[in-house]
Ligand binder design. Structure first.
Ligand code: SF4
Length: 107
């Protein structure tokens, strides 16, 4: 293996290892976070619910169909996870099937 190829291999391996570590850390962090409480003052202000199918149509600000946290631009974490972080609920996770009136489509 040439010096350049070895250097490229080492850099690539380090990047993959770092990425895997960050991914694992993020997973663990999300799993350890408390679920957003729909009865909390913040959740009530945003009309957050764990179940988007229960939303009162009168509460919907953006008229786009099929809104849920899973397809909101603010959702974080891993696609497909049932509970994911959202910056509107710091240090908590929201239900992927949930919703609040700050919902915005992903760009
Ligand atoms: Fe869900 Fe988006 Fe509201 Fe966060 S901002 S709670 S992801 S709808």
């Amino acid at each position: 293996m040439s010096k350049i190829a070895r250097r490229t291999f080492i850099k690539g391996t380090a990047a993959v290892t770092a990425g895997a570590f960050l991914h694992t850390s993020r997973d663990a962090a999300a799993q350890d976070m408390a679920k957003a409480d729909p009865e909390s003052q913040a959740a009530q202000a945003l009309k957050y619910t764990h179940d988007a199918s229960t939303v009162d149509p009168a509460d919907i600000v953006n008229e786009a169909p099929d809104q849920s946290c899973a397809n909101c631009m603010f959702i974080q974490g891993n696609e497909g996870d049932e509970w994911r972080p959202c910056p509107l609920f710091p240090a908590q996770v929201v239900a992927a099937a949930g919703w609040c009136n700050a919902w915005q489509p992903k760009p």
